[in-house]
Write a protein that binds this ligand. Structure first.
Ligand SMILES: *Cc1c(COP(=O)(O)O)cnc(C)c1O
Ligand SMILES: [Zn+2]
Length: 410
């Protein structure tokens, strides 16, 4: 593959051939895909991308896949100017990148899975698997169904029931592990050493993670080939944030934009904020925590890419903030009421953090700020119980309608 050079250790730089491996045998550092940017630069152009499919595959020149076979509908989600929310927060150019309507399973995970499973097929695997906080399991299950592969998804047993049904419907084997996500992930690492399965976020992780770059590519294209001044994104393992940054830098490297000066801001739930805490305490290493938050989709206590996510915020002059469970629910409601977008707890976290950052003057009023909404609210409906106003019940008569609705004094 001319565009892809090798896998390379992020710590010691040792290079490896393109195989389903993810750690360096010398230093145990994580492996990352490296590209031949000079070669890519010759073949890529704005016009070629704009003529491409209306999916993340319009960026195939910067993805580690030869020919996509699965996930042909993932990506190219709306970027919408958020006038109402922006007015409340004092931001004249606030945009929402809305992956709550990503296809097929309504979260940003359809991006990483489309890339990971297309790659797993290229490697010749017949079974895919994952360790998941919920959305990944939904997406792996759907894409396995599309591709006719065998599928095993591993989740913490206490997930929201909507998320569990959202996997089961595609008929994978759903393994509900009695423990936290970090327990699930450790178990899956052991299984991945034993069985010839493609664990999308373990042995295929270097390829999986590349899918997140498309969240940077699309935003820049949708802004008219201009990098935003600031982005706000949620962090679980920290991979998404790391790859948004990698994607922005790549656009400059291959000449699609001249320069980029974007600040990257990270959002975590207060009850599981190992990266944000390290940042606030000035550490460059992560101290694992035990998650205790309603934001289950981003509840990773020992984030694999936490250190690199910290580097991104340092390098880009960004920052971190956290949101309590109460603020997360307020965030969900604020986005719904102002912009008509129903997001899940991760999105509630991100909106709550955006609000805090705006209130403490992190953005100038006319800066272009993009907030990443990564998941759909219909998957975490149960957290809203007791937090919404009630329906008004009436008899099917005009008189009752007049009395209970029109004459109502709130
Ligand atoms: C997985 C997930 C994230 C974060 O992903 P990482 O790359 O692990 O940081 C954010 N939002 C939602 C809804 C997710 O499901
Ligand atoms: Zn190494």
């Amino acid at each position: 593959m001319a565009k892809v050079k090798a896998l390379k250790c992020r710590e010691c730089g040792k290079e490896y051939p393109i195989e389903p491996i993810h750690v360096c045998e010398l230093c145990f550092g994580p492996l990352e895909v490296v590209y031949d940017y000079e070669e890519i630069r010759k073949n890529i152009s704005r016009e070629k991308i704009e003529k491409g499919p209306k999916s993340l595959w319009r960026y195939i020149d910067l993805l580690p896949v030869e020919e996509p076979t699965v996930g042909l509908t993932a990506g190219f989600t709306p970027l919408r100017k958020a006038e109402n929310l922006g007015a409340i927060l004092g931001l004249k150019n606030l945009y929402i990148k809305d992956d709550s309507v990503n296809h097929p399973t309504l979260s940003f995970k359809d991006r990483v899975v489309a890339v990971a499973i297309s790659k797993a097929k290229e490697f010749g695997f017949d079974t895919v698997a994952c360790a998941s906080t919920g959305n990944l399991a939904n997406s792996v299950s759907a894409h396995a169904a599309q591709s006719g592969m065998n599928c095993y998804v591993f989740i913490p047993a206490n997930l929201e029931s909507q998320k569990i049904y959202g996997s089961l419907v595609f008929k994978p084997t759903v393994v509900a592990v009695e423990g936290t996500y970090d327990d699930v992930n450790r178990l899956c690492s052991e299984i991945a050493n034993e069985l010839p399965w493609a664990f999308v976020n373990i042995n295929v992780r270097p390829f999986y993670a590349e899918g997140s770059k498309t969240l940077a590519f699309e935003v820049v294209e949708q802004l008219g080939w201009r990098a935003p001044d600031a982005v706000v994104a949620p962090a679980a393992s920290g991979s998404l944030i790391t790859k948004i940054w990698k994607g922005l830098k790549e656009l400059v490297k291959v000449g699609l934009i001249d320069s980029m000066n974007t600040r990257v801001y990270g959002a975590q739930a207060e009850g599981c904020s190992p990266i944000a805490k390290a940042w606030k305490e000035g550490r460059d290493f992560i101290i694992p925590v035990k998650p205790n938050t309603i934001a289950k989709s981003i509840a990773i206590g020992n984030p694999a890419d936490g250190m690199y996510a910290l580097q991104v915020t340092r390098e880009s002059n960004g920052d971190w903030e956290t949101a309590t469970d109460e603020e997360i629910i307020e965030g969900i409601k604020l986005l719904a009421e102002t912009e008509g977008i129903f997001t899940e707890t991760a999105g509630g976290t991100t909106i709550a953090v955006l609000k805090k950052l705006a209130q403490r003057g992190a953005f100038k009023p006319d800066e272009v700020v993009v907030v990443y909404i990564t998941g759909n609210g219909y998957k975490t409906m149960e957290v809203l119980e007791g937090h919404l106003h009630h329906t008004v019940r009436i008899k099917p008569t005009l008189a009752d309608f007049r009395e209970k609705i029109l004459a109502r004094v709130d």
